[in-house]
Every structure is written in C-alpha cells, then in structure tokens.
Design a binder for this molecule. Structure first.
Ligand SMILES: [Zn+2]
Length: 450
C-alpha cells in the first residue's frame, strides 16, 4: 500500500476504464486495479490508424531535440519498459531496431516536456492487433492529483506525478503503448521511410496521447456522454463552434452526441490557439463516431502541416518527427511546461580585421545548434548607427565585408536567429580598412579614426 493512502481522507478507490479502440477494435473493457490513494481511470486505447496512401514527407525533430542531443540534459526522464508486465495481448520480441526507434521518439519528448518525475512507459510489441491499427495508447488518469490547478478533473498520470512532485502510483506505468508488430514498419530514425510506415512518427503520436492528448467523451447510439464521473483536463478546453464548452451539454444527451459528430468541435486553450494563428484548434469529429479516433485527434485539415502528427491516421512515407506547435500548445494548456523553440545562443569571439582598402575579414564562433541563420551588422565607428550588413545561413562562421570604404573604421556585431527570436549580440569587433590615398593627403583629412 502506498504510504499516502495512510493519510486520513486520502484513501480512495481506484478504477480503470478504457478509452476507445479504433475501428474494429472497439472499447477496452473496464477493469479494476489495485487499491491506491488516488482514483485512477485508464483512459483506454487511443489508436493511430494506417492510412493506405503514400504520403512522403519529413518534418524534422524540434529544436529542443537538436539542443538536447548536442549538449543538454533531457527535460524529463522517460523510462521505457519493453514488453513489461503491464503489456497485454499477444506479444513478440521487440526487434532491436524498433527499440532504437522507440527510444528516439521518447527522446524527442524527453527534450520537450519538463517533468520533475520520470515518465514510465510500457512499450508492447503486439501481434494480435488488427491490420489497420498501427498502435494504441492507454493512459492512466488521476482525479485531482496534488497541486492540480483545476479540481474535479482527471489528469494523466504522468502529469499528475509531475504536479505532485512524486510518483503517485508506483505500481502502474503512466502509459501503455501498444505497437502492432505485424505492420510494415520503417525502423530507421532518419525520417526516410519510403513506402513503409515510420515507427518514430507513430511512437511520437502515441506518447502525445499518453501525456494527456486524450478526452473522456463518447457517443453511443447517437447519445453523447462523459465516460467518467468527471472530465479529463483535456475536456475542460473543448467547445462547439460557438465557443460553448462541451461540458455545458447535458450528459448523456443527443445534443452532445450531435455536436461530437458534427464536424465542428474545437480545442480552445490559450496556448493552442496562440500556436494556431489565434484560432481555436479544430478537432477530428467525423459524422460517425469512431471510438479512439474522434475527438482525441486534430482535424484532417492539419495533414501536410507541421502539426500533422496528431491527425488520426499515418500514411506510408509520412515521417513527422515533431509534435508541432499546436499539439505542444494543447499539452501546455493542460498543464505541461514544454521547451518550445527557444532563440539560439549568441555567437561569440567575433573578430574583424582589415584586409585591404575595401575589405574586412570577420570570423566568429557559432555557439548554437538551433539557429536558422545569422545577422551581421555594421556601423561607422565615428558615428554609430547600426545597419544590417548581411544575413547568413545557419552554421556560418566567417564573412568578408567587401563593401567597406577605404581608410575607415568600422564596428561589427552579429546575432543568431530562429523562428523563436534572436540571440543577444556578440561582442563588438572593430577594424580599419587601409587607405588608398597618399599619406600626405591623408594628413589633411579630418580624423575619423583615432
Ligand atoms: Zn491517436
């Protein structure tokens, strides 16, 4: 028994439910789990579906991942238990390459999500899933974990642990990720899956569900309802096209069923909206409720965008190695802090030296791994007014300014930039071009250089 359960008033019953399966797999059944101080629901299985189309594309990992691999510690520890004791169904041994890909996708999340507590993932290589089902995730949900900002609400266990600062239910993984061992996987990590299905993309997708991209509404025989006694934190942010919270609808009701299958439901959290050009984020809401696909994915309009990883299906050739800003926004709204794209670090050790009467040679140290480029600026030393001299591509470390005037003193500075903003400036470097006029005449020039 967890020691927390001995605190008065803390002992509660645990339940475990399931979120829907994909077309053909149906609902997971409710089942009981061991006694714990926290009420737990198992979210159920949210799958990603095979889209039988060839959709070649590659979206690279986010800047946080590049930085993490270059020099940073991860923002979260993710512990993966391959075919661990929480796995269900028929299992086969994980191919070594598949474990590498799973780890790679986990590392992307570990670079993005700040968690005070290690995230425990059970990874199951299953051979009993239907052909169209590439993978599914079930997530344990905790009602009102310590420090949760919104009450009467279920939080994903991983986020609950983070908020509480401790692992609340040590016997239960935060999420169970099932991978269909019979699918036509591409097991590399280079985002070049050809005519296969990119495993990294699917794992990235599944872990997003596990972190809380998951809701608690369902529809049965036209009637919509909340499956749990309280909403999940995700449900606190969903609304119809008029901005009316779905939680305002009676549950169960045909009105709720209609809106959940009406093609017009939205995630309205501030961070998600900000990442979506100020607009509420349209969710997948086909006219026929599809358990595990409807409501807990982005609308199909996000296909072929940097947010495509959280659409309900993945095609052959589709490699999306970033959650994208919208999904990152959704996870931010539900309570995670993510390392979204940060401005690069400032270039260092800028040097400038006059090469001739018109040329100044510049060098600097590129100290960042996530820059999109550099902006080199110049001013006359005699009258400081900074002007952009040139924009240079990422990875640049030298430049020759061939537009200088003879016998003139200049100051230079440089900054790196990316989509999140600009670094601070480097040190200033100064140089004087050589004179191309005779010495005697130069003596009569006003001194612009000391
Ligand atoms: Zn999914």
């Amino acid at each position: 028994m967890n020691s927390l359960s001995q605190r008065p008033g803390m002992k509660r019953r645990i339940l475990a439910l399931c979120l829907a399966g994909i077309a053909g797999t149906g609902f997971c059944m409710a089942e009981a789990q061991a006694t714990s101080p926290f009420l737990i629901q198992e979210s159920g299985f949210v799958p990603v579906v095979l889209d039988n189309q060839y959709k070649p594309s590659f979206t690279p990992p986010p800047p946080s991942f590049t930085d993490y691999r270059a020099r940073r510690a991860p923002a979260a520890q993710v512990h993966i238990s391959f075919n661990g004791s929480s796995c269900r169904g028929t299992l086969a041994a994980w191919p070594a390459e598949a474990m590498t890909s799973f780890q790679y996708a986990s590392d992307i999340w570990a670079s993005l999500v700040n968690s005070t507590v290690a995230i425990e993932v059970a990874a199951c290589w299953r051979t009993d899933l239907s052909t169209s089902n590439l993978g599914t995730t079930s997530t344990n949900l905790v009602q009102d974990p310590p420090n949760a900002p919104v009450k009467n609400t279920y939080y994903p266990l991983s986020l609950s642990n983070h908020l509480a600062g401790t692992r609340l239910v040590p016997t239960v993984p935060d999420m169970i990720v099932d991978i269909n061992g019979n699918s036509n996987w591409y097991l590399g990590t280079d985002g070049n899956p050809g005519y296969k299905v990119d495993l990294v993309t699917v794992v990235l997708h599944e872990i997003a569900h596990g972190l809380g991209f998951i809701g608690a509404f369902t529809v049965s025989s036209g009637s919509g309802s909340l499956r749990f006694p309280n909403p999940a934190i995700y449900d606190r942010f969903t609304a119809d096209g008029s901005g009316t919270s779905l939680l305002s609808y009676p549950s169960p009701s045909t009105a709720l069923g209609s809106v959940l299958t009406g093609g017009g439901i939205y995630f309205t959290g501030a961070a998600a909206r900000k990442a979506n050009g100020g607009l509420s984020v349209k969710l997948y809401a086909p006219s026929t409720w599809v358990s595990g696909s409807s409501y807990t994915h982005l609308d199909e309009g996000f296909n072929s965008t940097q947010n495509a990883v959280m659409t309900y299906s993945i095609g052959f050739g589709e490699a999306i190695h970033t959650p994208g800003p919208v999904t990152s926004g959704i996870l931010t709204d539900i309570g995670w802090q993510l390392n979204l794209t940060e401005p690069p670090f400032a270039p260092a050790n800028l040097t400038a030296s006059g090469l001739s009467s018109t040329q100044v040679s510049l060098t600097w140290q590129d100290t960042s791994t996530n820059e999109d480029g550099f902006r080199l600026e110049r001013t006359l030393r005699s009258s400081v007014s900074w002007q952009l001299l040139v924009s240079l591509p990422a990875g640049s470390a030298s430049y020759v300014d061939a537009t200088a005037a003879a016998g003139t003193g200049y100051l230079y500075r440089i900054q790196a930039f990316n989509q999140a903003g600009s670094s601070s400036y480097s040190n200033l470097a100064e140089a004087v071009t050589t004179s191309n006029i005779n010495y005697a005449y130069k003596l009569y020039l006003p001194s612009v250089i000391r």
